[in-house]
Design a protein around this ligand. Structure first.
Ligand code: DI6
Ligand code: FE
Length: 414
């Protein structure tokens, strides 16, 4: 592939030719495949996508051409659910468990989510950036262009805001689009044990307001679960989000069925995530409200969960399904979206088309940015991944292999 210095082409037209395209264009069937395809980009936006034979001659004359030598191009991948920013890790706790330690012993040794909260509170912004960057780079190396990052390991206003600031800073340090979610309603910190309502009133709500005023938050998330927050408690958080005009997401039905997905759907949420314990009514509610079902096979795998998300009910209802890493230090220490797709297929029996749709078009929808990215269509940001593969199934089938040839972000070759 002839690569050229992208600065000279920033104002002109770049043309990726001799490619096989998986456009994910919903007006086409399946993956929206175009053999013998071309993509033209001007000022970071796609201005043509289609068969080479249909390229307007003026485009060909003006453009700087890149020969893709028959490689596949997909939209840049999107990881729509991560907790990428946190201090420390929980490898010691993992090891203790394998050596037979009980939950209590781990808690006594300072393990569990409280240890991540402690480590996140004591780190400076610079330290959190330094710890998050290798995780981010690992994702980007597999063709990721967009990533969602949650707060939720601060559980006090200052640390929640610090996490969101770190997430925003990551976007300035790498060619990537970052969307943030405010997840103060992730767990109750020790100082508010047994006082969820006080924690919500003192920390979650005022912190949301501050984060919003400092433009640090793109969506509001929560963990609706027996060990976290009830449907009624989440309602209070969502009412505040709604009043501020912020979109909503929810961790729901991960360990039990509290009908959080139905709550999220009733608020027109962007997504409901995890969903192993979702029932048919919940699947229908998601489909009806256009709320994306985000499945997180990394957490399913790491927790050795056996209850599968209700794939049949989700498909029958016509819900949009996305996949994400859920990268976090406790239940999903995973920084590979390719492996996540493989897990979606192997563990959840998702098809290749479903897995690829789940990390592109549907992941963009889960973040509310489908008009900007997630498919190869005219007018969208030129976020592309170019792959050394013979067929798209290879992206899902292989385990621990990265066939990325090049990544294009906003029209620039990385
Ligand atoms: N679900 C999970 O599995 C993680 N958070 C969540 O909402 C657990 C986070 C942790 O253990 O650090
Ligand atoms: Fe999560």
């Amino acid at each position: 592939m002839t690569n050229r210095n992208s600065t000279s082409a920033d104002k002109g037209i770049s043309l990726w030719q001799n490619a096989r395209l998986a456009t994910l264009d919903p007006s086409r069937d399946g993956l929206g495949i175009i053999e013998g395809g071309a993509i033209a980009v001007k000022e970071g936006r796609i201005v043509f996508v289609g068969p080479e034979s249909e390229l307007p001659s003026n485009l060909i004359a003006e453009a700087e051409t890149i020969d893709c030598e028959g490689r596949w191009i997909t939209p840049g991948l999107i990881d729509c659910h991560t907790h990428l920013v946190f201090g420390g890790n929980r490898a010691m706790e993992f090891e203790m468990r394998l050596n037979g330690a009980s939950y209590e012993e781990i808690a006594k040794a300072g393990g569990g989510i409280v240890s991540s909260v402690r480590d996140t509170r004591t780190r400076s912004e610079d330290e959190l950036v330094a710890e998050a960057l290798p995780r981010l780079d690992t994702l980007l190396a597999e063709g990721v262009s967009t990533i969602e990052i949650k707060s939720g390991y601060g559980l006090d206003i200052d640390t929640e805001l610090k996490m969101l600031r770190v997430a925003r800073r990551l976007e300035t340090l790498r060619p990537v689009r970052v969307l943030t979610s405010y997840l103060a309603a992730h767990a109750t910190p020790a100082e508010y044990k047994g006082r969820n309502a006080d924690y919500i009133a003192d920390v979650v709500l005022p912190g949301m307001e501050r984060a919003h005023h400092e433009r640090l938050v793109d969506a509001v998330d929560g963990f609706c679960e027996g060990i976290a927050f009830s449907v009624e408690e989440m309602r209070v958080v969502f009412d505040k989000a709604k009043a501020l005009g912020l979109p909503i997401k929810l961790h729901a039905e991960q360990l039990s069925n509290l009908h959080g997905a139905e709550l999220a759907a009733s608020y027109g949420a962007l997504s409901a995530d995890h969903l192993e314990y979702l029932d048919e009514a919940g699947a229908k509610a998601l489909a009806t409200s256009g709320t994306v079902a985000v499945l997180l096979p990394g957490a399913f795998y790491a927790l050795r969960e056996t209850k599968l998300p209700p794939m049949r009910a989700l498909r029958d209802a016509g819900a949009d399904i996305a996949l994400a890493t859920d990268c976090n230090p406790g239940t999903s220490p995973l920084t590979s979206l390719l492996l996540t797709m493989n897990m979606g297929a192997t563990l959840f029996r998702m098809t290749v088309d479903e897995c690829l749709t789940a990390t592109t078009r549907n992941a963009a929808k889960a973040l509310g940015i489908l008009a900007e990215t997630g498919t190869l269509e005219v007018g969208k940001s030129a976020d592309l991944a170019i792959w050394n593969i013979e067929r798209p199934a290879e992206l899902v089938y292989r385990i621990g292999f990265n066939p990325l040839h090049a990544r294009i972000f906003k029209g620039r070759t990385i």
